[in-house]
Ligand binder design. Structure first.
Ligand SMILES: CC(C)(COP(=O)(O)OP(=O)(O)OC[C@H]1O[C@@H](n2cnc3c(N)ncnc32)[C@H](O)[C@@H]1OP(=O)(O)O)[C@@H](O)C(=O)NCCC(=O)NCCS
Length: 122
C-alpha cells in the first residue's frame, strides 16, 4: 500500500494569541485515508504543542497508519516548534489511552479524576 503524507500549515489568531497548526493528511492515490494535526500557541513558551484530530478511515485501520502519523507529528513538534515535550487529550478508560501509553505517553502529576492530558518527553 503506497501512502503519501501531505503537509499543510495554517496560522490562526485567537484571543489567547496566535496559533500555528500543521495538518498531516495521509493519502492513497487521490483518496484521504487518515489525518492528524499538531498546534501550538507560539507566544506561550510554557505550553507544549498539542496533538489533535488523529483519525484513520475504517477500511485502512490496524495497518500502522496512525503509528506513522504519530511519528510524523512528533517530528514536526521537534523540528518546527523545537519542542522537548508534546501533549494530547484522551478519554481515561479508552483503549486509545493504552495505545498512547505504549508509545511513551504518560500522565502528569496534577491529573483530573475523569480525563487527562498525556505528555511525552521528546
Ligand atoms: C485510533 C485510530 C486513529 C487508530 O488508527 P490505526 O491506523 O488503525 O492504528 P494503527 O494501525 O497505527 O495502530 C495499531 C495498534 O493499535 C491497536 N488497535 C487498532 N485498533 C484497535 C481497537 N479497535 N482496539 C484496540 N486496539 C486497537 C493494534 O492492536 C495495534 O497495537 P500495537 O500498539 O500493539 O501496535 C483509528 O482507530 C481511528 O481513527 N479511530 C477513530 C478516531 C479516534 O478514536 N481517534 C483517537 C483520537 S485520540
Amino acid at each position: 500500500m503506497k501512502i503519501k503524507i501531505l503537509e499543510f500549515k495554517e496560522e490562526h489568531d485567537f484571543d489567547e494569541g496566535r496559533m500555528v497548526e500543521y495538518l498531516f493528511i495521509a493519502v492513497q492515490r487521490d483518496r484521504i485515508i487518515g489525518k492528524g494535526g499538531i498546534y501550538k500557541y507560539i507566544d506561550d513558551n510554557n505550553s507544549p504543542p498539542v496533538l489533535h484530530g488523529l483519525y484513520v478511515n475504517k477500511k485502512f485501520r490496524n495497518k500502522g497508519i496512525a503509528i506513522h502519523l504519530q511519528y510524523v507529528r512528533e517530528d514536526a513538534a521537534k523540528n518546527y516548534f523545537n519542542a522537548k515535550k508534546v501533549c494530547l487529550w484522551v478519554d481515561k478508560n479508552s483503549w486509545m489511552r493504552k495505545w498512547y501509553e505504549r508509545r511513551g505517553y504518560g500522565e502528569p502529576k496534577d491529573k483530573s479524576p475523569t480525563e487527562t492530558w498525556l505528555y511525552k518527553n521528546l
